[in-house]
Design a binder for this molecule. Structure first.
Ligand SMILES: C[S@@+](CC[C@H](N)C(=O)[O-])C[C@H]1O[C@@H](n2cnc3c(N)ncnc32)[C@H](O)[C@@H]1O
Length: 223
């Protein structure tokens, strides 16, 4: 059976099943819900991390209690707020983005949610921001959700900075199933395919992709 690449969300659950789960999943906070509503009115709003993926992120962070975290791709702040709100009070999240307008919305919501003291935002190409960080392992959590053509570069720059028990999470690795469509040779699809193959070939890590939203790949150092 061949995949239908015309579907934008080829791995969505049946509507009734998703509704059943959504009714029972913990709801997002009022500040996350405000960001969801803002994104729904924005042309670029589809870039926001999905609600279920945000809750998943919060739960992982709540269990891990990371002290040092780094996010690549902040947009209006849905994933950063999901992370920061579950971090310990003395935790620090470094957010990397290049867009002042979108991240101004993030700043407002970090402030309103009372977590702005845990977050530093650097507006510059993320590879430059990462290069300015200590080269040795110091990050407990890394979340990557920005320009796809740099995914391999982000992985290579951040893996040496990830603590031995740290976790790297990478969004959009199913790329709406376009990775399967060999007729799709666009830069982004090619980059996601290259990233997935790069991670799969790296025996220094353990990885698996959770088919949640557009695919969240979880990566740790191998045992
Ligand atoms: C998919 S959005 C991030 C969504 C965000 N994680 C959320 O949950 O709402 C991608 C973001 O990456 C940023 N970006 C694109 N290229 C970048 C680069 N080279 N360095 C840093 N950020 C970049 C964009 O400005 C955009 O805000």
């Amino acid at each position: 059976m061949s995949a239908d690449f015309t579907q934008t969300k080829p791995f969505s659950l049946p509507v009734e099943m998703q509704a059943y789960l959504t009714e029972r999943n913990s709801p997002p906070s009022e500040h996350l819900d405000s960001l969801r509503r803002i994104a729904a009115d924005m042309p670029a709003g589809g870039m926001r991390l999905g609600t279920e993926a945000g809750t998943f992120l919060s739960i992982l962070v709540q269990a891990m209690q990371p002290k040092r975290a780094l996010e690549v791709g902040t947009f209006i702040g849905y994933s950063s707020l999901s992370i920061a709100a579950s971090m310990p009070a003395d935790g620090q999240l470094l957010c990397c983005d290049v867009n002042d307008t979108w991240t101004a919305v993030a700043r407002q919501h970090w402030e309103a949610a009372g977590v702005s003291d845990r977050i530093e935002l650097v507006l510059a190409p993320a590879l430059e921001t990462i290069a300015a960080q200590p080269p040795e392992p110091h990050l407990d959590l890394v979340f990557i959700d920005a320009d796809k053509t740099n995914y391999v570069n982000y992985y290579d720059a951040l893996l040496p900075r990830l603590n031995p028990n740290g976790l790297m999470i990478v969004d959009n690795t199913m790329w709406s199933a376009h990775v399967l469509n060999l007729d799709d040779t666009s830069d982004d699809t090619t980059a996601i395919r290259a990233f997935n193959d790069h991670v799969a070939a790296d025996e220094s890590t353990t990885n698996m992709t959770v088919p949640l939203g557009d695919g969240l790949t979880l990566i740790t150092h191998a045992r």
